[in-house]
Design a protein around this ligand. Structure first.
Ligand SMILES: [Zn+2]
Length: 239
């Protein structure tokens, strides 16, 4: 599943939202947000959707054929981790060069950084830092190798890269980690049952997706986190 924003320029609005909404649902997408505004003598309908990436071409084609639609454009949202209403991305840009200098000894700084962030943007910011670092490590250390199937990429990219940071073991469809520094401490346990390890979600996605075709990204989900009392964190990785 991924998120996409679609901007639809239409010559009229009569029935537009209802009919486009039906196409969205029939194509397998869920509507997360929508807005309709006047624009350039017509209307601009903006939709944020979540759904299967493979169904996007069909969705685009069907919306483009609608009698009121003049043009459409798509932008894929980077993350399914919900962004906070206000977010200053300069905090991420500031810490990345420091992390690149001290890599792979970055976890203590990342934990401090995580605690310095406001609670409402912590998950989003840590996920994005993880993605940037993962993609950077892939380009630095692994980009010259052949393009790998997911199972091989987990063995030959994720495992050696992650083991520079923390002890991990591979599972059939993911990664197990006994000592993530982002969960299990008093601070995180106060937020019991919230997953804590958004940095690693992003890091694994960055490592894997930097070496894959852009239209076939992997998705990483932390299915079990020590914050819920488990002995280790488990990350499921799917195509
Ligand atoms: Zn965790």
């Amino acid at each position: 599943m991924f998120e996409v924003q679609i901007r639809i320029f239409a010559s009229g609005k009569e029935g537009l939202m209802l009919e486009v909404g039906r196409i969205v649902i029939e194509s397998g997408f869920a509507l997360l947000r929508q807005s309709l505004n006047e624009s350039d003598g017509g209307f601009l309908l903006t939709l944020t959707l979540r759904g299967p990436e493979t169904a996007l071409p069909e969705l685009e084609e069907r919306i483009a054929m609608h009698r009121l639609v003049r043009s459409i454009d798509f932008s894929v949202c980077e993350s399914a981790v919900e962004p906070p209403e206000e977010f200053d991305s300069t905090v991420i840009e500031k810490i990345l060069p420091k992390l690149a200098q001290t890599y792979p000894r970055i976890l203590p700084d990342l934990v401090s950084f995580s605690h310095s962030l406001p609670a409402n943007s912590r998950e989003y910011a840590m996920y994005h830092v993880g993605r940037r670092i993962g993609a950077w490590v892939y380009k630095r250390d692994f980009a010259l190798g052949a393009r790998l199937a997911l199972a091989d990429a987990m063995r030959h990219v994720v495992l050696p890269a992650a083991r520079q940071l923390v002890l991990v073991e591979l599972d059939i469809d993911g990664v197990r980690m006994a000592n993530s520094p982002f969960c299990g401490s008093a601070i995180e346990l106060a937020q019991r049952h919230r997953r804590g390890c958004h940095f690693f979600l992003g890091y694994f996605e960055g490592l894997l997706n930097a070496g894959r075709a852009a239209d076939r990204p992997v998705k990483v989900v932390e299915t079990i986190c020590r914050n819920s009392g488990a002995s280790q964190c488990v990350f499921a990785i799917t195509e």
